[in-house]
Each structure stands twice: as structure tokens, then as C-alpha cells.
Ligand binder design. Structure first.
Ligand SMILES: Nc1ncnc2c1ncn2[C@@H]1O[C@H](COP(=O)(O)OP(=O)(O)OP(=O)(O)O)[C@@H](O)[C@H]1O
Ligand SMILES: [Mg+2]
Length: 510
């Protein structure tokens, strides 16, 4: 990217935005050049999404100015923003669950012919978009029947279908594994090279380094620094220090402690008649990692264990006793907590406040007696809020008004508040900033020290490797290998997950 002699096409100057009890943006200034990938980073609640929503016309700033092509806009509206060629992929999922992929892509901008909606044309266009991304999607499928990553692809296709001049991407890859994330990163680079300007938000700092022309760090609603990244090798420590306000160790070293006897067993689990049998056990105080490519069946197995989907056969035992689990509430009763990967849909009551969300599962186990002791309640809840660093105006704030990452923390917190003995975490740190991630690793570590057991499903290799005591590698629904602590490496995981015989240490995914 050559900035020589170029003028920004967007300048946001001195933007202030407050919500009741929060200053989300405090004199924020940022600009964007043609064909540039400008990445915005900052902790959960720093103000990234709010800034983007102002540019998209979804929020009105209290003060400040927006210049687009050197023309000043005081009142930006969603329609005006769209007319100016701005399109935003929101962090939230705003797709219509009961409509199919094509309908979602073209809702509000249907292609018509002779006064009628031209379905064939929309299908054709949708198929072309899929091809440009290199993904396969069943275009007739309704959104509610797609996985979270497929839904994310639909959001991206929807934005691209408008041929935007300026594309805002708020955490576009947080639902993805490495392979799919790389697809998106390649797409972003391709789109930018065609002259589209991109504002890109992500907590995956490694991907930011790969694609950013410039990186702006935001803290507490203010710009801290903007860095140029011409050689795609900027030092991440500097970025993290700017984000948090002090240096942070990005690689958490897990303390070792004694691991007890087998406490939880899955025996000959089959999801359906023809699927392979899965057996494994988890010991007291152990973190068992589960690795595997997309479609390897990680989430399906977790769902079957907790009764979220039917299993064909097999037993699940706790302390040698068979558990009778037919629905998720059964597993909660047995002390199994399952933190799903689809947190926005399954994990939160968006209209309810933070306290209500945090205590919904733990209520019966922590608070004894008929009457609720509000004060005691509050103390327990505030521990969790502090430990996870949930950024909020008050604990009585509706969860829907929290930033994306802080909503995720509430879901985690809700299960930490429960008195479970086994925690199944499915991609627990997606959308969570580096600092809160490190805090969460400490919490996981403390849980195991208290003798709780954890099953950790994660596509984040450093996380999986540093946190797991053993790792079960899945391929096509089958456990192909259980790696002991001293056998765990990225190389060994990939080798078993992909069934490659030779050493793949020099090979990079994507
Ligand atoms: N609609 C709203 N009502 C009240 N407060 C809000 C609203 N939207 C955002 N906030 C608050 O504004 C602040 C900034 O939120 P924002 O969503 O911009 O953060 P973010 O940088 O995108 O964080 P994340 O990384 O978690 O997505 C937060 O304190 C958040 O709680
Ligand atoms: Mg956000």
C-alpha cells in the first residue's frame, strides 16, 4: 500500500458517544484510504463496534464529524451510509433464522425482473459469490439449520453482494477455524487489491499482522496509536501494550498439579447407527483437549454427551455410575456444564440483566433455602465480574447492551457460577481480548486445582496445547489418537487430524 499523494476517503473526527453510565467513544479520530486495510484493535468494550456502527449510521454520535470524500456529514443514517457505498458485517448475527441463505443475502435488495422477484438470478449471483469465497453452502437451507461458521459466511456474502466501496468487518473470523479464517483473509486481501477500502476488527492479532496496512489501537474510546505495517511483521508486544496499557504475557504458562483418578467416562458412544464408536475418559483435575478439523465431529460429540442431541448408543459414567442423560437439563443436574460455541443464540437472555444471566444456572446450587439473599448473591456475582473483567455500566444493565466480548464473558461466568464438576468448553475464548483470555486461562487452571475436570474443544492451537493435559484428536467422528502431555505438539495434532504420515512441521495451514 502506497500512501504517497493519497487522501483519505473517510475521516471520523472527534467522535463522542455516550450511553447511560458509559463513555463509549471519547474524542475518537480515525481515517481510511482507498484500497487500504485498516485494522482496529482494542480490549473488549474499548469502543470498536460503536465506532463502526456510527459510520454505518446505526448510532448517532453525541458530537464529532464524519467526512466522506471530503464532504462533511453531521447526521449519518443507515440509508445514506449504504448509498455512499459503505457496508458493514456486524459482530452480532442479524440474519433471519427462518429464511434461507439466498433470501437472507438479498433481503431488502431483491433482484427483480418485470416487477417480480427474480429468484433464478439471485441464486446465480449467490452461487458466484460462494465460488469467489471458495465455500460450499446449501443455498436453500434455512439459517437456523446452518452451523455458526456457515452463518458467518452468509453474513460475509450478504455484505459482498452489494459491491461495497467501503467494507467494515467486525470480528469476521471469530467463528472460524484456521482454514476458514484463511479463506476470509485471502478474500479481504483480494477485495482490497480491487480498490475496496476495509476497516477490519479482530482479536486475532496474528491475522491482523498478516493483512493490515495500518493498525489503530483504541483504549477506553480513544485512539492510542496508529502503526504502519508495510512488511507485515509488526511487533505484537507493542500492540498489546497499547491495548492494555501495560505489557501482557500473551502466552499463559499453566501451572502443573496432581491429576486424580478417572472420574468421567464416555464408553462406546455412537451418534447414529453407522457412526464410529467414541470412548474416552477424563480424570479429576484434568483438562482433556479435543482437537480436529471442522466436520471432525467435536461439537456433535459434546452435544451427545450433554443430551443436546440424540445419541444412538453408548454410556456416560460419573465416578463409575452410569448417568441417564436425555436432555440438557439432565446433564446440568449431574453437574456437567456445557458452554456451547453458539453463545449468542443459546447462551444468553439478551433482555435480562447481567446478574440475572450470571445466576440462572447456579441459583439452586449456591443459594440455599427458599428466600434469595440478594446481598450474598451480589458478592458471589461480583467475584465473577471482577475475575473476568466484565466491562459494564452496572450489573443491572441489560446484557444486549454489552460489547460482544463482554457478552461472551457473561456466558462463561454463568457456568463458572454453577457448581459443576465437569466443564465442557467449546471455543471458550472466541471474541475475547488477549488480557481477558489470560484471565480465563487462570480461572480454568484454578478450577482444575479445585479438582474439577474440563473438556476443552478449541481451534486455537496455542491455547489447546498450553492448557491441555492430554489431547484427543478426532478425525471423521473417530478418536484417532490420544496424545499424552509429552507427545503434544502442533505438528503431532495436525498429523493425526489430517492423517498425514510424514512430518508436517514446515507446512503452514492455508
Ligand atoms: N447500545 C448500548 N447501550 C449501552 N451501552 C452500550 C451500547 N453499545 C455499546 N455500549 C457500551 O459501550 C462500550 C463500548 O462497546 P463496544 O461494543 O463498542 O466495544 P468493542 O470495542 O466492540 O468490544 P468487543 O471487543 O467486546 O466487541 C462498552 O462499555 C459497551 O457496554
Ligand atoms: Mg465489538
Amino acid at each position: 500500500m502506497d500512501y504517497e499523494g493519497k487522501k483519505p476517503i473517510i475521516e471520523m473526527k472527534n467522535i463522542v458517544k455516550t450511553f447511560p453510565g458509559v463513555v463509549a467513544l471519547n474524542n475518537m479520530t480515525i481515517d481510511l484510504y482507498e484500497g487500504e486495510i485498516h485494522c482496529i484493535v482494542g480490549e473488549n468494550g474499548a469502543g470498536k463496534s460503536t465506532l463502526m456502527k456510527i459510520l454505518a449510521g446505526a448510532y448517532t454520535p453525541d458530537s464529532g464529524e464524519i467526512f466522506i470524500d471530503n464532504k462533511v456529514y453531521k447526521g449519518m443514517t443507515a440509508a445514506l451510509s449504504r448509498d455512499l457505498g459503505i457496508n458493514i458485517i456486524y459482530q452480532e448475527n442479524l440474519l433471519v433464522p427462518a429464511m434461507n441463505v439466498v433470501e437472507n443475502i438479498f433481503v431488502g435488495q431483491e433482484i427483480s425482473k418485470g416487477g417480480f422477484v427474480d429468484k433464478a438470478q439471485m441464486f446465480k449471483r449467490a452461487r458466484e459469490l460462494c465460488e469467489s469465497l471458495g465455500i460450499e453452502l446449501n443455498l436453500n437451507q434455512t439459517i437456523e439449520n446452518l452451523s455458526v461458521s456457515e452463518q458467518q459466511f452468509v453474513k460475509i456474502l450478504k455484505a459482498l453482494s452489494t459491491n461495497p466501496r467501503i467494507l467494515i468487518m467486525d470480528e469476521p473470523t471469530s467463528m472460524f477455524n484456521v482454514e476458514d479464517a484463511n479463506r476470509v483473509l485471502n478474500l479481504v486481501k483480494r477485495v482490497a487489491s480491487n480498490g475496496v477500502s476495509i476497516l477490519y476488527i479482530s482479536h486475532y492479532l496474528k491475522e491482523i499482522v498478516q493483512i493490515a496496512d495500518r493498525i489503530t489501537v483504541i483504549r477506553d474510546g480513544m485512539p492510542i496509536n496508529t502503526y504502519y505495517n508495510p512488511d507485515k511483521n509488526i511487533d505484537l508486544d507493542i500492540i498489546v501494550r497499547d491495548m492494555v496499557g501495560r505489557p501482557v504475557d500473551m502466552f499463559y504458562e499453566k501451572e502443573s498439579h496432581d491429576i486424580g483418578d478417572v472420574i468421567f467416562q464416555v464408553e462406546k458412544l455412537k451418534l447414529d447407527k453407522d457412526s464410529p464408536e467414541v470412548s474416552f475418559d477424563v480424570r479429576k483435575g484434568e483438562i482433556l483437549g479435543i482437537a480436529g478439523m471442522v466436520g471432525s465431529g467435536r461439537t456433535e460429540i459434546a452435544n451427545a454427551i450433554v443430551g443436546a442431541c440424540k445419541k444412538y448408543s453408548g454410556t456416560i459414567k460419573y465416578k463409575g455410575k452410569e448417568l441417564n442423560i436425555n436432555k440438557p437439563s439432565d446433564s446440568i443436574r449431574y453437574g456437567i456444564a456445557y458452554i456451547t460455541e453458539d453463545r449468542q443464540r443459546l447462551g444468553l437472555m439478551l433482555e435480562a440483566n447481567i446478574i440475572e444471566n450470571l445466576t440462572i444456572v447456579g441459583f439452586h446450587t449456591k443459594i440455599k433455602g427458599f428466600f434469595v439473599n440478594v446481598k450474598k448473591h451480589f458478592v458471589l456475582v461480583s467475584d465473577i465480574i471482577n475475575n473476568l473483567k466484565i466491562k459494564m455500566a452496572s450489573p443491572f444493565q441489560a446484557v444486549k447492551n454489552l460489547s460482544g466480548g463482554n457478552q461472551q464473558k457473561v456466558v462463561l461466568g454463568k457456568w463458572l457460577f454453577s457448581d459443576s464438576s465437569l466443564f465442557i468448553f467449546d471455543e471458550p475464548t472466541r471474541g475475547i481480548d488477549v488480557n481477558a483470555k489470560a484471565e480465563f486461562y487462570k480461572i480454568m487452571s484454578n478450577l482444575t486445582k479445585e479438582g474439577k475436570s474440563i473438556i476443552l474443544i478449541s481451534s486455537d492451537m496455542p491455547e489447546l496445547i498450553s492448557m491441555s493435559d492430554r489431547i484427543a484428536v478426532l478425525r471423521k467422528g473417530r478418536i484417532v489418537k490420544i496424545l499424552e502431555k509429552d507427545e503434544i505438539s502442533e505438528n503431532s495434532i495436525i498429523r493425526y487430524a489430517l492423517e498425514v504420515k510424514e512430518d508436517v512441521s514446515d507446512q503452514k495451514v492455508g
